[in-house]
Design a protein around this ligand. Structure first.
Ligand code: ZN
Ligand code: ZN
Length: 254
């Protein structure tokens, strides 16, 4: 059973909320939670308050004075810190003495939150899928450094599904920052996966890429560190070792 604590301010609502009225509302909310199918139990504690708690809204012809907000923390069947929650905008009909949902009802359970997170993850996967495919090796080899006309050297970061390239003669001629690209399995990029061995600890286990510029997506912190918008291209390091808290441009084995 759901127990509701009335939080009424006005005389009108206080006189309405006699114990039998509260009990009827509790029974209504308990039934809603029970039939939703999303909650583990129909036990919990919540509150009810008036949506309009200003006397000027409560005249005899008011259509809003019987509208209420209900919020409930619903128990789960196992002991846990995580709570399920139910909120609803409920309307009371004084003629019939019945309650109804008049506008909205929101369920937020551990499971629905997990589903939502899953949907976000899928949306991100789809966003990554929408990246342009990598150009062919032949097309890439036609690109030349604007400073020395030398060839470019590509670096790929498979977990980040991204790449960067710089002048093979002198990386300061044109360092690019990481940009998203579709890395299909078995593409030519597999021959150019960047070495990101940290020059200090000699490991790549805690090394992530550094993203520069305005980043418009939710960033996977397992793969990226944010480098900020104002760093000049020649000062951009590609990698960050979380063990050593060190930024570096090139892997130790390059
Ligand atoms: Zn060059
Ligand atoms: Zn390190």
């Amino acid at each position: 059973m759901i127990t509701l604590q009335p939080e009424f301010i006005t005389a009108f609502h206080k006189s309405l909320a006699v114990p039998s009225w509260i009990s009827a509302l509790e029974a209504f909310v308990t039934a809603r939670i029970g039939t939703s199918g999303d909650f583990k139990t129909t036990n919990g504690i919540g509150s009810v308050r008036a949506q309009y708690a200003d006397e000027r809204y409560l005249g005899p012809n008011s259509v809003v004075r019987y509208r209420f907000e209900v919020k409930v923390d619903v128990d789960r069947d196992e002991p846990t810190r995580l709570r399920d929650s139910y909120t609803a905008a409920v309307e009371f009909d004084p003629a019939s003495g019945r309650f109804s949902i008049w506008e909205r009802e929101q369920l937020s359970t551990v499971e629905t939150r997990a589903r939502y997170k899953d949907e976000l993850r899928r949306a991100k996967e789809e966003w990554i899928e929408s990246f342009e495919p990598l150009e062919s090796r032949e097309a890439f080899e036609l690109w030349k450094c604007p400073v020395c006309s030398g060839r470019f050297r590509p670096l790929f970061f498979p977990e980040g599904r991204s790449w960067s390239y710089s002048c093979a003669v002198d990386p300061n001629h044109l360092p690019s920052c990481w940009s998203g690209v579709r890395l299909d399995p078995g593409g030519w990029w597999v021959d150019h996966v960047a070495d990101r061995t940290c020059p200090k600890c000699g490991s790549s286990g805690q090394v992530v890429g550094i993203l520069y510029g305005l980043v418009m997506m939710e960033v996977d912190r397992g793969v990226w560190e944010l480098g900020g918008c104002t760093v000049a291209p020649q000062d951009r390091y590609l990698w960050h070792c979380r063990t050593c808290v060190l930024d570096f441009a090139r892997g130790a084995k390059e």
